[in-house]
Design a protein around this ligand. Structure first.
Ligand SMILES: [Fe+2]
Length: 681
């Protein structure tokens, strides 16, 4: 899908910087310029056009004078501009306007694996820059300027390694939904930087940046267009999430797929650290901070495998005041994921955390679990199936200078003096919580992101929620010599209890905001077959081959109570009230469907099935049909959106049947159900 840069400006940037965007004065980028992979004397400016241009990047120290220029085309990653192109394949139908581009010369260009045919990606490396210096830049097509003369098209090269001065980085995970919450979290962070007049030096994305499957169009809409303003003025250093993993693979050398197409990261220690030889994991130095990115998604995590060996060697070499490791799958969480129950997270804890803590890492950042969880100062929590606080906490205070005081560590790098572990998978995807991690000081099911400030020997982290409030603050001071003491009985967070209107069997439900783009599978107010006032004898009614010819037909919604319904039912005095609905629907190319969602207004509870398999349940504790138990009166009003589970296990190409049973609690005065079904592909 081709998106115009003008649309981006209209939707986003104009709001922030008051840019005046008129459609004839602005060019067409299919991916607006963004910064990548900076060092003390170089940086990448990357962008995409539909069709080739004559790429030029000009740069200079004042907005109105850009004497520097890169225009030479390079076919390696050295200097100049690397051009990558999507020119289709022989077997593919290529739009006629791009057929002529399949010249021998163009076909030699590096391939853009996943972009629409006709896309050209330019990766311009600006070299020979002064250290710790602010530059402005502009992208040209030959002599024609494509970016406006706006201050936001600027960057600052890295300070010399070891520099001690305030450094600010932003960290966020699981944001790429395209939903309102993502935009609010971003705006809240921007507001803080504006109010404090302290912009970002860099940012770390903790993965799941392009839901549902990390496709190129999802990257464009849910990452590049969503964070455009930050992307053009600061470098985003990424780590791959499982959602990107549906379409990208982190091979040795250069990975493939939209994730690896989008990012340029150091493979050969160009920005310090130790060469990994792969874009999947890497390290770099920024001033007095050493950053390490691991790929927790598709690299082997065992200690004798390449990534763990590289990590160990990298940490042995590192000399920075601060060491920060980031990756997608958190070692400690009970948010939307449970790190005691899922192998990828348990392995990060069991195999990688011992190396990370032996190497003296101060801060571990992860996403994946849609929650904010921040640990005390911990060391040694490596259990394969459990997370134990006793004797593994070095400071059980809150780390707040105005509270229990900052966490203290010795100056320099020392093994096992304590780590703060943060799960920040709260930047846009719907929150949920499964339980309590005993080493966590703060657990918040609130949308937000983390701003971290490092100033010499002090690091301060703040979780900023989507309304701009600071919801957690901790700081760490590395000064003098500190002898760590292991607390036999550290403070423990209160055991999490689900609120009373949640029933335990609803655990597997993911209740989220609706996708932005969707197709309707069963429309609103569709006609359904229904059975009311009696219960089916067996579960056969949920299956496709069930004969429902003697059921009634009516339009949704169905019910009785305060409001009128399209199909009115009658309450039978003294009897539990239930209704059963059936409707067939057809889908093609099931493997391309990323989400099948039910939009339903209901009271009090329901169970939904596809082809006889249960795919959603709300407000009903146990069993089904006439045996339902523990129906909990629904408290919230209006329709809910529920992404149906196990979709690829239940859905078939061709005709399927969706069935739903709704039940009223015994004391209820109303019963209703008004469903429709959508899909996202
Ligand atoms: Fe994830």
């Amino acid at each position: 899908m081709i998106r115009l840069f003008v649309m981006v400006l209209a939707a986003w940037a104009a709001g922030f910087y008051g840019l005046c965007a008129s459609s004839d004065s602005l060019p067409v980028f299919t991916r607006a310029p963004y910064l990548q992979f900076s060092t003390t004397n170089s940086i990448y400016v990357v962008w995409r056009n539909e069709g080739p241009i004559k790429p030029v990047v000009k740069f200079g120290k004042s907005l109105n004078r850009l004497p520097g220029e890169v225009s030479q085309i390079s076919d390696s990653t050295g200097t100049g501009i690397v051009v990558r192109a999507s020119l289709g394949t022989n077997s593919e139908t290529i739009p006629s306007k791009w057929r002529s581009l399949r010249t021998e010369e163009n076909l030699k260009l590096r391939k853009l694996h996943s972009a629409p045919v006709g896309t050209f990606q330019y990766e311009a490396r600006l070299v020979g820059l002064e250290t710790d210096t602010k530059y402005y830049y502009a992208v040209y097509d030959g002599k024609k300027r494509l970016t406006p003369a706006d201050e936001s098209y600027s960057f600052t090269t890295m300070p010399p390694v070891g520099t001690r001065r305030p450094i600010r980085f932003w960290s966020l995970g699981d944001g790429g939904t395209g939903r309102r919450e993502q935009a609010e979290v971003f705006e809240a962070m921007l507001d803080v930087t504006k109010r404090e007049k302290r912009p970002l030096d860099l940012w770390l994305h903790l993965g799941d940046m392009a839901y549902g499957t990390g496709r190129d169009t999802e990257f464009q809409a849910r990452f590049f267009e969503s964070y455009d303003l930050a992307l053009r003025s600061s470098v985003c250093w990424p780590t791959m999430g499982n959602h990107e993993g549906f379409t990208s693979k982190g091979n040795q050398g250069q990975g493939i797929g939209p994730y690896y197409d989008a990012y340029v990261v150091p493979r050969y220690a160009e920005a310090g650290g130790l060469a990994s030889g792969t874009e999947a994991y890497y390290s770099f130095n920024y001033a007095n901070i050493h950053f390490i990115c691991l790929d927790s998604h598709d690299q082997e995590r065992k200690p004798d495998k390449a990534m763990a060996k590289w990590l160990k060697a990298d940490l042995e070499k590192a000399k920075a005041d601060w060491q920060v490791a980031f990756f997608h799958h958190p070692p400690y969480t009970k948010g939307s994921h449970d790190s005691d129950k899922e192998k990828d997270m348990a392995e990060m804890r069991q195999f990688l955390m011992p190396i990370i803590e032996s190497g003296g890492v101060d801060l571990v950042l992860a996403g994946h679990s849609h929650i904010y969880e921040r640990s005390m100062l911990i060391d040694g929590v490596y259990g394969a199936t459990n997370m134990v606080a006793e004797n593994n906490v070095l400071d059980d205070g809150d780390g707040d200078p105005d509270g229990d005081g900052p966490y203290r560590k010795s100056a320099g790098i020392h093994p096992h003096e304590g780590t703060v572990a943060i799960v920040a998978g709260n930047a846009g995807a719907a929150m949920s919580r499964k339980g309590t991690v005993s080493i966590m000081k703060r657990t918040l099911t609130e949308y937000g992101s983390v701003i971290i400030d490092v100033d010499g020997d002090t690091m301060t982290g703040r979780m900023i929620n989507r309304t701009g409030k600071v919801r957690d603050l901790f700081s760490m001071v590395k000064r003098g010599k500190v002898d760590p003491v292991r607390l036999a009985l550290p403070w423990q967070p209160e055991e999490y209890k689900k609120t009373t209107n949640e029933v335990k069997s609803a655990d597997y439900l993911v209740q989220t905001a609706m996708p932005v783009d969707y197709k309707v599978v069963i429309p609103k107010n569709a006609e359904w077959q229904y059975l009311a006032g009696e219960d089916p004898k067996t579960m056969d009614w949920t299956r496709r081959d069930f004969d429902a010819s003697d059921w009634k037909r009516g339009k949704a919604g169905f019910g009785f109570g305060d409001e009128p319904f399209q199909t009115e039912l009658t309450k039978i005095r003294g009897k539990a009230s239930s209704i059963y609905l059936r409707r067939e629907f057809t889908v093609e190319q099931v493997d391309k469907i990323t989400e099948l969602g039910l939009v339903v207004n209901y009271s009090d509870g329901f169970i939904a099935y596809i082809n006889g398999r249960e795919v959603a349940r709300k407000g009903i504790g146990r069993s089904s049909g006439r045996n339902v138990q523990k129906i909990v009166p629904r408290e919230e009003a209006g329709a809910a959106y529920i992404a149906l589970k196990d979709l690829h296990k239940s859905l078939k190409d061709g005709v399927n049947v969706f069935t739903i049973e709704a039940h009223a609690a015994r004391e209820s005065l109303d019963l209703f159900v008004n469903p429709f079904l959508i899909l996202e592909d």
